[in-house]
Design a binder for this molecule. Structure first.
Ligand code: PHE
Length: 486
């Protein structure tokens, strides 16, 4: 148990949690990462698997995480420990909290570099550094921006500083306010860009690319990427949502808030795709442009459209804000853990975390310049941070959490936290016991090459296996029958 005695702070407004969780979910993952990953993994098939993962895995995991946070009222480590103790289960489950906290920290270490790109492009927009550049120049500008460690380090350090100042101020003052105007602004900017795309000539091709669901073209690598991205984009298994959930007032509906966040997040990602790909296709660029895709494509659109500089500035302001409302959520777990367990102030915790973060993120930043040769198995430190968290830590953490909620905890725990009508509760339970874990396992098994699954052809088999495992699980588990009965 922790030393925390006072009741935990809670979100101010009725919308406080939804705003903050949406702020955490919507970020560079939607606008920077989703488009370039879709481009790298061939378009529509990736989008389809991503959407399925959001629904079948993301939503159940998010409900579970918010429930764990609110029940345990603490950082991921403390909350999970309290919840398992309450059910008389092993405190070792709190390792899940440790992994989540570590994942949040690792993500932030590369996220600040990307947010730094956004800040520096805002600066370029303001100072006219991009005007008159063509397709090739844009690529060169992106490379040049990365090549100088002092330049790149300046921007990522700035992001680190701003993040820590906001987190140091606390949950309500810092986090809630900034999100309430940023989200609508982002949506308006994306609509303007989509509107431009409709007239730019590349829209039809972009639509086709994103929504022609040809599953045959997706590799197992692509599926694992889609699963990992579903976790990343919803801020799952990384401490953020669980810790935000720990500030959720008792009466709020977890299911409803989860749906609002998931829908908003998915819409923003799809809108970002529809904003970026028309520009790519209209300018004859390759969708496989990698992490620079956003920065090499949208500035071209801003140059071509009326009032482009104004819109460009606004866009990068919004993108930077979206990045900040996510970055603050990544350290919230660590900071709240330090405050609750080490008896230090929030501000001290934020600065302490910030210093360590700065060191690790500087290493990540160097991947783009002086450390370009420091690779392991072909990946830079920056890539490793992304790869380990998205592909492994988050899916595994999510798996652990659904299994904990589905099989280990007393059934009252989630019945009380979720407060759902019996048939909805049964659906949630079915999802966390069978659909989500199997979804995660199948994709892992496939990606590890243990067994090759041809999804297009064999999905009836998968369904059959799911039904079989459910039956075995239910027969072996009298608890569910009791749950459903009572
Ligand atoms: N969901 C955020 C985004 O899409 C990233 C994030 C990951 C935030 C993990 C918090 C925790 O940009």
């Amino acid at each position: 148990m922790t030393t925390q005695q006072q009741p935990r702070v809670q979100w101010l407004g009725r919308w406080g949690f939804v705003l903050a969780a949406t702020g955490s979910a919507v970020g560079l993952g939607n606008i920077w990462k989703f488009p370039y990953m879709t481009g790298e993994h061939g378009g529509g098939a990736f989008v389809l698997v991503y959407l399925v993962c959001i629904l079948a895995v993301g939503v159940p995991v998010m409900m579970t995480e918010i429930g764990l946070g609110r029940r345990g009222r603490g950082s991921p480590i403390d909350a999970v420990r309290r919840v398992v103790t309450e059910s008389g289960r092993s405190p070792l489950w709190s390792l899940l909290g440790w992994m989540a906290m570590l994942a949040g920290f690792m993500i932030l270490s590369f996220y600040v570099v990307v947010a730094g790109w956004s800040f520096s492009y805002l600066w370029k927009m303001l100072t006219g550094g991009l005007s008159g550049s063509g397709v090739e120049d844009m690529a060169a500008i992106f490379v040049a921006n990365n090549e100088n460690p002092l330049n790149l380090g300046f921007w990522s350090t700035l992001v680190t500083l701003v993040t820590m100042v906001i987190v140091g101020k606390g949950v309500q003052a810092g986090i809630e306010k900034s999100v309430s105007w940023m989200m609508p602004g982002m949506v308006i900017m994306l609509l303007i860009l989509i509107g431009y795309g409709v007239f730019s000539g590349g829209f039809g091709e972009a639509w086709q690319f994103l929504f022609s669901f040809n599953t045959g073209s997706l590799s197992s690598e692509g599926m694992l990427a889609a699963l990992g991205h579903a976790f990343f984009t919803l801020s799952l298994a990384s401490g953020a949502i669980l810790t935000y959930g720990s500030y959720l007032p008792a009466g709020a509906s977890i299911a409803r808030t989860t749906f609002s966040v998931a829908v908003a997040d998915t819409l923003v990602a799809l809108m970002a795709g529809l904003a970026i790909f028309p520009v790519i296709f209209a300018n004859g660029m390759s969708p496989e442009g990698g992490p620079g895709l956003l920065f090499m494509s949208l500035p071209l659109a801003f140059q071509a459209m009326p009032l482009g500089t104004l819109f460009g500035v606004l866009f990068f302001v919004m993108l930077s804000m979206a990045a900040l409302t996510s970055s603050i959520s990544m350290v919230e777990a660590t900071v709240s853990w330090l405050v609750d367990n080490k008896g230090i102030t929030r501000r001290a915790a934020a600065w302490g975390t910030g210093i360590v973060l700065w060191l690790v993120s500087t290493l990540a930043m160097l991947s783009f310049n002086v450390g370009a040769d420091w690779t392991l198995a072909g990946k830079h430190f920056f890539d490793w941070l992304d790869y380990l968290t998205s592909r492994w830590m988050m899916p595994l953490g999510g798996l652990g959490m659904v299994l904990l909620a589905g099989f280990v905890l007393k059934s009252e725990t989630f019945r009380e936290e979720l407060g759902l009508a019996p048939h909805w509760h049964a659906l949630w339970l079915f999802m966390v016991r069978y659909v989500s874990p199997l979804g995660i396992l199948v994709i892992f098994v496939d990606a590890l090459g243990i067994a090759r699954l041809q999804f297009g052809l064999h999905w009836p088999w998968l369904l059959a296996v799911l039904v079989l495992i459910t039956l075995i699980g239910e027969v072996a588990s009298p608890r569910l029958r009791r749950t459903l009965a009572g």
